[in-house]
Design a protein around this ligand. Structure first.
Ligand SMILES: Cc1cc2nc3c(=O)[nH]c(=O)nc-3n(C[C@H](O)[C@H](O)[C@H](O)COP(=O)(O)OP(=O)(O)OC[C@H]3O[C@@H](n4cnc5c(N)ncnc54)[C@H](O)[C@@H]3O)c2cc1C
Length: 262
């Protein structure tokens, strides 16, 4: 492990590896990432990996659009698969206020060059092969760019692309202390001490603890993220066997995708 780097990134989840790749992409090759366990061993490995461009914040929507294009770039650079599936997705509106919000989003998307579309309940039924219960649904916003990917494969692709750009990644090495120095930081780890100009906290669930090492107390609170893993649903398996994919269905009013399935 080297003892000096221009930048040290703490945390080998999707965020840390993406930051590391982008630093090398911008020409900073003297950079390293330190992970206490394996890459993706934080929350990244069990993410569902869903992505979409719908976001109340225009800048976030533009950033999400950039990231979707970036996955293809990563696959081309590294030869690794990010497991990309552009299945499209529809966000449902079960009240007038939400439907207005989706229409306003559509208006924003038009000037951002995003090809989204407002769908009627009948069109949602057609899109989802009649499997989604549209009772009480006023309409939805369809985004053809919606999809899902493999979070672990994507993180490893970022890591490979960063290594190709000169970055060093050190695994099984917990950061114990971060101490400010006159010209940067001293990062004390289980495997020794590294000096750097810039320090990036990509600690995900542990970002609060890592911030506290530098005396910075961020008001962060990890929340439980719940998900259900079902058996195969025969109707959906039939669609997959026919070579098609089932679109994402987001039901922000119901907060559960399953109660909408017939
Ligand atoms: C069930 C589930 C489903 C999800 N679905 C989606 C989805 O569909 N779409 C989406 O965009 N997001 C989704 N997410 C959210 C997504 O997983 C996270 O936002 C993202 O993976 C966080 O990445 P991260 O790099 O910030 O953190 P993490 O992956 O948690 O990485 C932080 C890393 O820091 C390391 N670390 C901590 N302390 C230290 C230390 N002292 N020294 C060295 N290393 C340290 C940890 O070991 C860890 O590897 C989902 C999350 C869950 C749990």
């Amino acid at each position: 492990m080297k003892t000096h780097a221009r930048v040290v990134v703490i945390g080998g989840g999707v965020v840390g590896c993406s930051v590391l790749y982008h630093l090398t992409k911008l020409g900073w090759s003297d950079v390293m990432l330190i992970e206490r366990s394996e890459l993706t061993s934080g929350s990244t490995w069990h993410a569902a990996g869903g992505f979409h461009t719908l976001n109340g914040d225009t800048n976030m929507a533009a950033l999400q659009g950039y990231t979707i294009r970036l996955y293809k770039e990563l696959e081309a650079i590294t030869g690794m698969s990010c497991g990309l599936h552009h299945v499209g997705g529809v966000t449902l509106a079960d009240n007038a206020a939400r439907f207005e919000m989706l229409k306003a989003e559509r208006a924003k998307h038009r000037y951002m060059g995003l090809d989204t579309e407002i769908l009627s309940p009948a069109e949602i039924t057609k899109l989802t092969d009649g499997l989604v219960n549209v009772d009480g649904i006023l309409g939805g916003l369809y985004d053809p760019l919606d999809g899902h990917l493999d979070p672990s494969g994507t993180t490893h692709a970022y890591a490979k692309a960063a290594r190709m750009g000169g970055a060093e990644i050190v695994l099984h090495n917990r950061v114990l202390e971060t101490n400010p120095t006159r010209d940067g930081w001293e990062v004390v780890t289980e495997k020794g001490t590294v000096h750097c100009e810039h320090l990036v906290n990509a600690g995900g669930l542990w970002a609060r603890e890592i911030g506290a090492m530098a005396g910075i107390y961020l008001p962060l609170l990890p929340m439980a993220h719940q998900y259900l893993v079902t058996d195969d649903i025969p109707e959906i398996m039939d669609i997959l066997k026919s070579g098609r994919e089932f679109p994402h269905v987001m039901d922000p009013g119901g907060e559960s995708p399953l109660h909408r399935f017939l």
